[in-house]
Ligand binder design. Structure first.
Ligand code: ATP
Ligand code: MG
Length: 315
């Protein structure tokens, strides 16, 4: 078993908004192993970005602990800890300063963390651009001269420049055109294998998970409802919510079609409606809900090797 680089235990985040409290995360455990890709999936509002922000130290958790290579992560991060966890966001413009050239953006982490001598900067930036499939001709251009896909490549080059222990990718292809998405994903997968990178890959799009992640966790309203080996979860989903997600992805092969669970019900109402604080959070949307599901919240428990689910009436 490879060692975990990042281990998150009991992580919780409450946002107080006026008179109400939003429990964005409620006791999440996740571990990301060295050289592996861990996918975090869930619909809008399930807490994915919150998890990323807590891990990155952008916001402090309400409860829980985070450990990076055996070292407890404090709420306030030192420069060196900030280097070790890098963020690639949905919109690359949130990381790229429009007033900085590509060279300036990509070289910033090299300078801040003292990773390369000044006279070798351009050479190293050229190498990083090459890694993400961009010509060094772009070095002196501004982000405004680039396409969305190219900007995301630059954001990735900037993350790689820091030589991080783990890269947290939050919907890295969602803002891109469909035709560009596939190429950026291919690049991400290729780099992960080639450079033995460690990813926490956040997405609402299950169809990309199978090709990219060895393990995955499904978030529903701030809790992990199913997690494990990606193939096990795809082929034998146990939680009804995971089944619903899987039944709604487009399939390309007959093999995939054969494994796709049916979703025979009409209870999939929009997220945000009918929240239950008692019992299983998914029960108002679940056709298989039993009385116990309305009363008792199911805990994550092992359903097979490398596979856990939190469901009283699993499929
Ligand atoms: N700063 C904040 N203040 C108040 N509530 C917040 C804040 N950030 C997030 N939330 C709430 O926390 C919950 C989880 O939000 P989060 O952004 O983590 O979801 P997400 O899974 O990333 O969704 P999406 O797929 O839309 O990006 C949501 O209900 C959201 O409204
Ligand atoms: Mg998000």
């Amino acid at each position: 078993m490879p060692e975990p680089i990042l281990q998150v235990t009991g992580l919780a985040k409450d946002y107080v908004v006026g008179p109400t409290t939003v429990n964005a995360l409620r006791g999440v455990n996740v571990s990301v192993e060295h050289g592996a890709c861990m996918a975090i999936v869930g619909e809008s509002g399930s807490g994915k970005t919150t998890l990323a922000r807590l891990v990155l130290g952008i916001e402090p958790p309400t409860a829980g602990s985070m450990v990076l290579q055996g070292e407890e992560l404090p709420a306030k991060r030192s420069r060196s800890l900030r280097r070790r966890l890098q963020f690639v966001q949905q919109n690359p413009m949130s990381t790229l300063n429009p007033k900085r050239t590509i060279f300036q953006s990509v070289s910033l982490p090299l300078a801040v963390h003292d990773l390369v001598r000044r006279r070798n900067m351009r050479e190293r930036v050229a190498e990083l651009l090459d890694l993400v499939g961009m010509s060094s001709e772009y070095m002196d251009r501004f982000p405004s001269a680039l396409s969305g896909g190219q900007r995301q490549r630059i954001a990735l080059a900037r993350a790689l420049a820091a030589e991080p222990d783990c890269i947290i990718l939050d919907e890295p292809t969602s803002s891109l055109d469909v035709s560009v998405q596939a190429r950026v994903l291919e690049l991400l997968v290729g780099l992960q294998k080639r450079l033995n990178l460690t990813y926490m890959f956040i997405t609402h799009d299950l169809s990309v998970v199978r090709n990219i992640a060895g393990r995955m966790a499904v978030l529903y309203r701030g809790r992990i409802v199913e997690s494990g080996d990606t193939i096990a979860v795809f082929e034998r989903p146990r939680h009804r919510y995971t089944q619903m997600l899987l039944s709604s992805i487009p399939v390309v092969s007959s093999d995939e079609e054969a494994h796709k669970p049916d979703w025979p019900w009409e209870r999939d109402i929009a997220a945000g409606e009918r929240v239950s604080e008692v019992g299983c959070a998914f029960h108002p949307r679940c056709a298989y809900a039993l009385d116990i599901c309305r009363q008792d919240r199911p805990e994550l428990s092992r359903v097979e090797r490398e596979h856990e689910a939190a469901c009283h009436n699993p499929g």
